[in-house]
Write a protein that binds this ligand. Structure first.
Ligand code: FMN
Length: 230
């Protein structure tokens, strides 16, 4: 079991993480909570300097592995990941949910009465974008944890191929309960068995490492121009 800390102040997070580290093998600090703008008790850091200061304070206070969970809404997510690793993070989790707002059309009240945090299966490619970019930027030596958008074992395989060393699932567990996790493992196992893959390490980052820049992609000959037949 891993502890999770979401506290606005670095000093407060450090104190809580140190106490938690006495009971759990690793602690994740969530510095990307989308509720940060609405709730003073939590924090959404969106720039690298702030991440560096926060992570340095927490990592100095505890001697267990420290995982840093980053937001999905920031201009420099890769810079924040690097700042986390350079200042004591042993692993980085990508990415937190996004802020959301949905009016109720009958009452005109916002759903849940306020702003909230949203996620869903549609988050998968967005999460995998940042995960794969982070893998390419930090290299394969930094453990990355993927989260946001996985709904089955094949999605977990997609996370692994994009560079995740581990995958966090929340909605699936909340909606379908613990048996859904068994199904995920069975489906992932079948995917690996069908390809004769015995070790997860053999697929971690394989797709991220194959990604080319647009300039490296050969033009299609003949070019595909579906609009020209309209
Ligand atoms: C109801 C709910 C509550 C959540 N609470 C927290 C939380 O307290 N701390 C946190 O780091 N992430 C929290 N998350 C985010 C999840 O940990 C995770 O990053 C994300 O939901 C994973 O994506 P998935 O739901 O598509 O599996 C919460 C998610 C949901 C759906």
């Amino acid at each position: 079991m891993i502890g999770s800390v979401t506290v606005a102040s670095a000093a407060g997070a450090a104190e809580l993480a140190a106490r938690m580290a006495e009971a759990v093998p690793a602690v994740e600090i969530n510095i990307g909570a989308p509720h940060g703008r609405e709730a003073g008790a939590v924090r959404q850091l969106t720039e690298a300097d702030g991440v560096a200061r926060y992570v340095r304070t927490v990592s100095a206070a505890m001697d267990r592995p420290l995982i840093v969970k980053l937001p999905g809404q920031a201009s420099d997510i890769l810079g924040m990941a690097r700042a986390a690793v350079d200042n004591g993070a042993d692993a980085v989790t990508l990415i937190g949910r996004l802020g959301g707002f949905v009016p109720n059309l009958e009452t005109w009240e916002p759903e849940l009465g306020s702003w909230g945090a949203v996620g869903g299966p549609w988050m998968l490619p967005i999460s995998l974008y940042w995960l794969s970019k982070c893998r390419r930027d930090l290299g394969d030596g930094t453990p990355l944890i993927g989260t946001n958008g996985a709904r089955d074992g094949l999605d977990v395989a997609r996370f692994l191929l994009s560079g995740a060393h581990a995958v966090e699932l929340a909605s699936l567990l909340l909606l379908r309960g613990a048996p859904a996790l068994t199904e995920v493992l069975v489906q992932l196992g079948a995917y690996l068995d069908a390809r004769g893959i015995g070790r997860l390490d053999d697929i971690i980052g394989a797709s991220a490492d194959r990604a080319r820049t647009y300039a490296e992609i050969e033009p299609l000959t003949p070019p595909r121009r579906p609009w020209s037949s309209l």
